[in-house]
Design a protein around this ligand. Sequence first.
Ligand code: R7I
Ligand code: MG
Ligand code: MG
Ligand code: MG
Length: 350
Amino acid sequence: ESSLLKSKFRACLLGSSIGDCFGSPYEGDIITSGEKIIIQRYFDKLEDPNFKGPYKQYTDDTAMMKSVAKFLIDKPEPDYKFLAKLFVTEYFKDPKRGYGQNVVEVFHKLKNSKFDDIFKPANEQFLGSGSYGNGGAMRVAPIALYFYNKYNYMLEVATNATKITHTNILGINGALLQCIAISQALLCDPETKIDPKVFCNQLCDKMKEIEKVDEDDLDATQNAYQEKLKIVENLLEKKHDDKLDEEVILHLGHGISAYESVPTAIYCFLKAQNEIPTIDTGNAFRRTIQYAITLGGDTDTIACMAGALAGAYLGEEAINPILAKQCELNKEILELADNLFSAREGLPIE
Ligand code: R7I
Ligand code: MG
Ligand code: MG
Ligand code: MG
């Protein structure tokens, strides 16, 4: 039904930005059990209607996600040069938003070359191997929403939108995994509990198609995300104890590469659909974001990706508006989600 879908669009983009804004103060941190308690209090405060603090600022994750949404809203056909220009304009307007260390070179080259070949600068990153950072995945949510019922086209657009900055196969496939996970979460009924095994197996089947390469190609990355999804499934079956989060960090990662963060975000989302002993809240959306942050590392981005998944599944009802108001661009993001939803009405029905 269309009002539920609209609510899921709003919650997905808002969830993404909330994760970014609330996670960013902890980016790069190692979180001890003492700090988990501090993070619990941090969220309690953010949910307190009497709390008056400065809003939490967004970072590159939200800045770039906004550009991707605008790229879909403003043009009837995907125009990747337009998207490259949006990224670059946004960066030079406000460069101090915590962008990845290397992606800024791409922005400079794009600008200096007057957007002559928009995929060339990204191709040249890391001596020609391309970035495997999570920058493609962190901003992919609008594409997952917009094309959720046009699977192959969704993959094509997500690939090209990623390639403007990230051409390494792990960077691209990480963005595709996050994209299909969001579109899958969008189609789940929020009244029915997700079976994590089924969710992971569906993702794994899709990644099998995506990671399929020539049989004589001995590329070590060819099953990378399928293997990670199996680890996600196994970790979800374990009973929570003090050591489990360390295992998650060890086996899934909490790093800045797509490979060490996208499967982790999916894990956070699925795990947080049940109670977690170290987190005191009855709200599954908050639990998702809070849990992602307690893993430390690339907290803004993992919480951003997990928040997008939780929002796409649960819808806006699950997000405490008091919490959302602490997020710098909350009103603008909701407007963007509504515009994205409306823009779909012109699309041919599949
Ligand atoms: O992927 P990207 O946009 O960065 C996103 C991250 C998120 O956590 C944001 O919140 C922000 O903090 O940054 O930007 P890139 O600069 O392309 O990649 C990020 C980092 O990943 C790089 O600075 C490298 O440290 C690392 N990296 C690589 N290192 C070695 N070899 C990415 N690709 C490679 C590689 O091929
Ligand atoms: Mg960031
Ligand atoms: Mg950073
Ligand atoms: Mg980050």
